[in-house]
Write a protein that binds this ligand. Structure first.
Ligand code: FAD
Ligand code: PYC
Length: 417
């Protein structure tokens, strides 16, 4: 048996037998985690789940500065659809819808995905042309979408006002029957529970305050309000705050942050069978399983990190809702809130590696990233695990803003921003 005297141990620690001056040899620290995800919303939790379930990475931490799903995941109006214009987007969002279709079974947790149909109203000739163009493009990509006359739209959604004397009369609608809604916090909890079962550490009340890089420039650790954590892979999924987090690693993002608001009415019996959206009058509406009418607005007109938003935006939206659905005029508002969304110049997301080795980012979903939760996370996990994009997210780089390869989905975003 080898025996160590106190002197031997001391000598080893200070660099061996090299004279009298102690030389501390710091051992190379091992990463505490193989991957760290910043942001415990749906995207961050789902990314951890797919890293663990599909790529065999189990030593993962999700760091959330507040509580799980307390960001946009728990604040959104839960509309899910894939009727985007360009081939790249149709592939991305339909990948997600397909995952939604089997998600409750995959997670063994009911995310209450309900494919009740999403109807996008047209109020002007320009809207009609744009909607029909989207329908044709979608069908060429194998994404369901169909044109409805005003009478057909009313048959699909009986509370809809199709009177010709409205300020913005309904001239028709594009209907995606596979679109619908899900229960937002069930999505966060479902992914969290499944990731936890695979060994992922989920740490709440843990804000990342700095990202450390080593001499080669690669990421080496995060500093947090609960201590430092070493890692060689960081995935950022911090919607609304992406620019701030990426700046910690010295990366400047093509993003602006805006408040986006929503509200619910008092609960009523089932009266609203589908989802209706109107880009022109800035409103969207559905009914939750609790009975509340869930109503959302466009973004505020100026960038801000306020999670409340301006009153006039809601007033404008409620005017529009009351004209489209006169039966709801006497309903009272139960509560309203806001979230902060980060918006790219072409209204399409970024799911990509960055120029910093070991740093990956999933952001820029603007007003529309809830629908993408499983799909985006699935592709983001792939990108982090393989250190290369999946073919579906390959076009959604940061560099497209430098190279001019934009994927302009402003019209399909269907929410003013
Ligand atoms: P989040 O759920 O916001 O998660 C990001 C997390 O990062 C947050 O929990 C935050 O606390 C955390 N974080 C930030 N900084 C740090 C840090 N430094 N350290 C640690 N953690 C940090 N999309 C649709 O598809 N359909 C809709 O109907 C829809 N409606 C919307 C309505 C409203 C009012 C809003 C606000 C958004 C809506 N969206 C909709 C957009 C959608 O909610 C978001 O795109 C999506 O939820 C983003 O998910 P996420 O997990 O990336 O973000
Ligand atoms: O992207 O479908 C959407 C959406 C609806 C409301 C907010 N975003």
């Amino acid at each position: 048996m080898q025996r160590f005297s106190a002197w031997t141990l001391l000598r080893e620690a200070f660099g061996g037998h090299r004279g009298w001056r102690p030389q501390w040899r710091a051992p190379e620290p091992k990463p505490a985690y193989d991957a760290v995800i910043i942001g415990g919303g749906g995207h961050g939790l789902a990314t951890a789940y797919y890293l663990a379930s599909e790529h065999g990475l189990r030593n993962i931490a999700v760091l959330e500065r507040g509580w799980l799903g307390g960001g946009n995941t728990g604040r959104n109006t839960t509309i899910i659809r894939s009727n985007y214009l360009f081939d790249e987007s149709a592939a991305l969002y339909d990948h997600s819808v397909k995952l939604w279709e089997g998600l409750s079974q995959a997670l063994n947790y009911n995310v209450m995905f309900s494919q009740r149909g999403v109807m996008l109203l047209a109020h002007t000739l320009h809207d009609v042309h744009s909607a029909k163009r989207h329908i044709h493009a979608n069908r060429l990509n194998g994404v369901d979408n169909e044109w409805l006359t005003p009478a057909q739209a009313k048959a699909f959604c009986p509370p809809l006002n199709i009177a010709a004397n409205m300020r913005y009369p309904v001239l028709g609608a594009a209907l995606q029957r596979r679109g619908g809604v899900a229960r937002h916090d069930a999505v966060a909890w479902g992914f969290a529970r499944a990731a936890d079962a695979l060994g992922v550490d989920i740490i709440q009340n843990c804000a990342v305050t700095a990202i450390r890089r080593d001499a080669s420039g690669a990421v080496s650790a995060v500093e947090t309000t609960r201590g430092d954590i070493r890692t060689r892979k960081i995935g950022v999924a911090a919607a609304g705050h992406t620019s701030l987090v990426m700046a910690m690693a010295g990366v400047r993002m093509p993003l602006e942050s805006y408040p986006l608001q929503a509200l619910v009415s008092e609960p009523v019996k089932p009266v609203f069978p589908c989802v209706v959206m109107s880009n022109t009058v800035h409103a969207y509406i559905s009914q939750s399983d609790k009975g509340e009418l869930v109503i959302g607005a466009g973004t505020d007109a100026y960038p801000s990190y306020s999670q409340r938003g301006g009153l006039q935006v809601n007033m404008h939206t409620l005017d529009a809702i009351c004209e489209l659905f006169p039966a709801f005029r006497r309903l009272r508002m139960l509560r309203n809130w806001g979230g902060i969304v980060d918006v790219t110049p072409d209204r399409s997301p970024i799911i990509a590696r960055t120029a910093v080795p070991g740093l990956y980012v999933n952001c820029g979903w603007g007003t529309g990233g809830f629908k993408a939760t499983p799909g985006a996370a699935h592709l983001f996990a792939w990108t982090m695990a393989q250190d290369a994009p999946h073919p579906i997210n390959a076009p959604f780089t940061i560099e497209r803003f430098r190279d001019g390869r934009l994927i302009d989905e402003n019209a399909a975003a269907a929410v003013v921003h």
